[in-house]
Structure formats: C-alpha cells, structure tokens
Design a protein. Sequence first.
Length: 104
Amino acid sequence: MASAKSMTDIAYDVISKKKRAVQFGKLWEEVSKLYGASNEKVAQFYSDLTFDSRFTSLKDNKWDLIERRKFAESHVDLSQIELDEDEPEEGEEDPDITIDSDEY
C-alpha cells in the first residue's frame, strides 16, 4: 500500500516532528513503513534526499531540515577542497589529449 505522498514528503514530515537530526537508517525505517516501500527503494530514497533542497546531510550520516541549520553547517566551503590534478610528468603525453596529425 503505497502512500499518495512521495518518500521525501514523508521524510519531511518525519524530520519536522523530531527536535534534532535523524540517522539515515532510522529515517529510512520510518519512511519505508509509512510509504510501503521495500528495501530495493533505499538507494532511490537516498538520492532523492540528496537532491531535495529541503534537506541537508550532516556528519555521521544524519539528515535534517536545512531550515533548522546554520549556513556553515549545511554548505561545503569549496575553497578548502584540494584538487588532485593528474598532470603528466615532464616528457609524458597527456592521455586525455589526442591530436590526429592528419587533420593538421
């Protein structure tokens, strides 16, 4: 018996009733019971939570409503991310760049 509400709408209702963030496993238990979803839907549910702007993922795989969180808690500072750029060694060709000499 599937609900008329989406799984993320049910998750919103569940988290709204709580006073704090919810562990993903517990959230899935409640949502799947109310929605009538099998464990085969857990990956889709996780993906839907990730892309739904009402939710934010926190440490230890907990989820909360973004409206209850400070900006710094729910956003990643991209300037702190180090990129691992695979630069070719000196004298080595870049494998991502191919030049067909017949064209020139």
